[in-house]
Design a protein around this ligand. Structure first.
Ligand code: BEZ
Length: 235
């Protein structure tokens, strides 16, 4: 059995065929097409935390669509089980949601094994492992840009996933990185939500391409804390 975390950031993720609640796929990569993608796994249908997670993910679906992000979720349960369970998800979530993204049925664990999603600490009655709570964020080239792994006992925060998408899409456009707790950062110096120029940006390029960036003074005297407001990023 593979452990979690066998994929490498920056590599193209494995392609696969799959049965899903939205029909059969011959190629995951083809389904992703030119979009970004969140591939999200949950341990099992008809379990409480998973029920809240799929509902909360559905509440963000339009937000993802507006940012060209496709969403697919996965567990080892069959399609019939997913479809029956989704009625519970809809009934339990307060805002009249619909589930407009596919749920993959990975009963034989082919995909979970390829992606290192199986949880040796969470074994089904069949004796086979269930999936962890994984989040894979892919860019349109199908490269893995970010991965989150949570155990079955900890439900995920969809706002953090949205924050990661925003940060990744921003850093894909400009040579920047987002600080800790971004966008709630650097309020005390009037630079709330600012981002850092990458250390690899030369002073000449910083002066040429980034309007009004501010270099923070630090005891070392080194000039590596270069903040720029998002509205001043090159378009
Ligand atoms: C849950 O979703 O509540 C859950 C699933 C598997 C193990 C523990 C909790």
């Amino acid at each position: 059995m593979h452990c979690a975390g066998v994929l490498r950031l920056g590599n193209i993720v494995p392609d696969f065929s799959a049965k899903t609640t939205h029909g059969d796929w011959s190629s995951f990569h083809e389904w992703v097409g030119d979009s970004w993608c969140i591939l999200f796994s949950h341990p099992a249908d008809f379990t409480p935390v998973c029920t809240t997670e799929i509902g909360r993910l559905a509440l963000k679906y339009e937000w993802f669509k507006e940012r060209n992000v496709k969403v697919a979720t996965l567990s080892v349960d069959p399609v019939d089980s997913h479809n029956t369970w989704l009625q519970d998800v809809v009934a339990h979530c307060e805002n009249g949601i619909t589930i407009d993204f596919p749920i993959i049925a990975d009963a034989d664990r082919t995909i979970s094994t390829k992606y290192g999603m199986l949880d040796p600490a969470n074994i089904a009655d069949t004796g086979l492992p269930l999936t962890i709570r994984a989040v894979f964020i892919l860019d349109p080239e199908k490269k893995l840009k970010l991965q989150l792994n949570y155990p079955a006992s900890v439900g995920r925060n969809m706002d953090e996933i949205c924050r990661c998408i925003e940060a990744l899409q921003l850093s894909a456009k400009s040579s920047i990185a987002t600080p800790a707790n971004w966008p709630n950062n650097h309020d005390s110096i009037g630079m709330k939500g600012s981002v850092f120029l990458l250390p690899t940006v030369t002073k000449e390029d910083a002066d040429a391409y980034f309007k009004e960036y501010k270099t923070c003074e630090v005891p070392s005297g080194k000039e590596y804390l270069r903040l720029v407001k998002q509205e001043n990023l090159p378009q």
